[in-house]
Design a protein around this ligand. Sequence first.
Ligand SMILES: Cc1cc2nc3c(=O)[nH]c(=O)nc-3n(C[C@H](O)[C@H](O)[C@H](O)COP(=O)(O)O)c2cc1C
Length: 318
Amino acid sequence: MRTLPSFSSKAFFAPMAGVSDPALRLICKELGAGLVVTEFTNIHAIIARDKTGDIQEFIEFSDQERPLSVQLFGSDLDALRKAIKIVEPYFEIIDYNMGCPAPHITEQMACSALLQHPDLTRQIFRTMVAATDKPVTVKIRAGVDKPDKYLEIGKIAEEEGITMITLHPRTVKQGYAGKADWSLIKKLKQEVAIPICGNGDVRTPEDAKKMLDETGCDYVMIGRAAAQDPYLFAKINHYLDKGHYFEISPRKRLDLFFRYLEYTAKYPTIKPANLRMQAMNFSKGLPGSKELRGRLLNAKDRDAMRETMRWFYDSFKD
Ligand SMILES: Cc1cc2nc3c(=O)[nH]c(=O)nc-3n(C[C@H](O)[C@H](O)[C@H](O)COP(=O)(O)O)c2cc1C
């Protein structure tokens, strides 16, 4: 029986393509995330890249992020086996994406399309577990049109030696609309014996505690709210431990942008568009963020963005 590494917190940072880059993951880690996961990566791209270059330049990460999970997608069993062999030396956990609803991905019989194919899913889990000694985890949605697939897939995962299931309890049809139905996390936890990570619509420390208490899940995974305020991890940890937490001043939150700029400098794949998006995320909801948005759209490079954020930062008192 494989076990998960030990985590410093029950609150994990969700994989988000185009968002959870190594710089933001490191900030989340420093602020208390128990686990961070790479953006989803195509198994065929890993194999192609391995032939021509260094895989660590393709999937960027730093040792300070550990324990670190790499998320894969793609359903060709041979390619899956090969891709796992390539990435496994670098990561503590191999995660498998069965949640992405984007049509250009599901058309390739990958990600959430697999929820409708339990036999192939079983073969995929079996292949993955046989290909590595590292824990293999899976991230799923509730179903395609209806929330009717997660229990079947969850049981297959347990039978095939998957070490943890993360459930985002929305259907594929829902995309990100409507509400995540946390009662499905509770149901899954009752039906399978492996660790369950609940995900979806956790925005505050109170939400995190409520999800843990109401569903019995072992961990909570947070995406969008943590990308806007990575201090959420520090607040959650404090709240779970002491029953209260401290608000973070706008300046403290905005300071994270300058840390983000510093960390991104060593990752060539992080482009000005990513910096702009992150600047908008860190300032979301603050007074004046609308004007800032306009200014950021005109800021074309790192220096211009730093200057624009400095102007915004200076508009707040400590
Ligand atoms: C922009 C964006 C990109 C995402 N990319 C991934 C991904 O690469 N892999 C994955 O498993 N989920 C991905 N997700 C889903 C999130 O991991 C998470 O399940 C979802 O956002 C719900 O959690 P939240 O309410 O805390 O944001 C993505 C979500 C967003 C908004």
